[in-house]
Design a protein around this ligand. Structure first.
Ligand SMILES: Nc1ncnc2c1ncn2[C@@H]1O[C@H](COP(=O)(O)OP(=O)(O)O)[C@@H](O)[C@H]1O
Ligand SMILES: [Mg+2]
Length: 295
């Protein structure tokens, strides 16, 4: 288990991490979510000793992560640190060697990942000759080449087209299925909802929601109403207690209400009006959880 334990880090007056705690289990993929500036990159950098927290620790299987342990982790940084002029395969072999593989072993692993990522034909090209999406794939291969036990990926999906998103998703799923602990940060909540059983939502340096997505949804003290209705939504909602949020576009209304709210009267009124096209009452989505958590 990878444990982030009460990490704190200030830059001048800014508390980038303000008691950040969460856990990632082997074999699980955790989506690390939070608004810009919440502390995601800072927390990941702390794992690799790229910055020293003011207090708190990161533990892997009960022991503080030191340089040696971090060598068995894979990292995809936010600032992609590839050498632009280096040839793709050479760079992967170089990174494999840095992580303790033999040349032959690193070569085999590089070939494996180039094949898997559809880059075999590009192996001798310099990195700078690749498109953004392909550079991102190479960066992923660089995080995987030494077969890490833990993977931390900082916004791995940013700027990818849908095909590349699928490739990345599949590789991360497989990595978790093979028993690795996988953490990635993202703003793409629908993607995280599809991909992750577990999430940690960080806001202002502190994890405010953590756990199994399904359980979090069921335990949330609020529910989501979706109403397709042409009449006056504000008038309709006035008969509803415990309204937390309403957002409307083109006759489609999303209303967040307390879980205890009785929604039958509003359904009855909408039906009576003759202007109701559809009505649903469900657990909140991940983006509802996110919005409520960072509000
Ligand atoms: N090296 C640094 N010097 C000063 N402030 C920093 C530094 N790194 C991060 N910060 C600040 O810490 C906060 C958290 O940043 P970051 O971890 O990059 O957030 P996220 O990755 O969630 O967007 C931000 O307010 C950011 O400006
Ligand atoms: Mg960041």
């Amino acid at each position: 288990m990878l444990v982030f334990e009460d990490l704190r880090k200030s830059f001048g007056g800014i508390h980038a991490l303000d008691g950040c705690s969460f856990q990632v289990k082997p074999g699980k993929m955790l989506g690390f979510l939070g608004p810009n500036g919440a502390g995601k990159t800072t927390a990941m950098r702390a794992v690799f000793g790229l910055l020293r927290p003011d207090s708190g620790r990161v533990l892997w299987n009960g022991k503080p992560v030191d340089k040696e342990t971090a060598m068995r982790f894979g990292y995809m940084p936010e600032q992609r640190g590839l050498y632009p002029k280096m040839r793709i395969k050479d760079m992967l072999v170089y990174i494999g060697r840095l992580h303790g593989l033999s040349s032959a072993g690193a070569g085999r692993r590089a070939d494996h990942w180039l094949e898997r990522l559809g880059l075999t034909e590009r192996a001798a090209d310099p990195i700078q000759a690749l498109s953004h999406g392909n550079q991102q794939r190479v960066q992923l291969a660089a995080a995987l080449v030494h077969d890490p036990e833990v993977m931390l990926l900082d916004e791995p999906f940013s700027g990818l087209d849908p095909i590349a998103v699928d490739t990345m998703s599949q590789i991360l799923r497989d990595a978790a299925r093979e028993g690795r602990a996988v953490v990635f940060s993202s703003h793409q909540l629908d993607l995280v909802e599809d991909l992750c059983e577990e999430v940690a939502i960080i806001n202002q340096g502190r994890v405010v929601v953590e756990g199994d997505v399904k359980e979090l949804k069921m335990r949330a003290p609020y529910r989501r109403l979706e109403i397709d209705f042409d009449g006056d939504m504000n008038d309709l909602a006035a008969s509803l207690e415990g309204v937390r949020e309403i957002s409307s576009t083109n006759g489609h209304h999303r209303v967040i209400v307390d879980a205890a709210t009785d929604i039958r009267p509003v359904l009855a009124r909408a039906q009576e009006s003759g202007q109701l096209r559809s009505f649903s009452y469900t657990a909140p989505s991940l983006s509802d959880l996110f919005r409520e958590a960072v509000r």
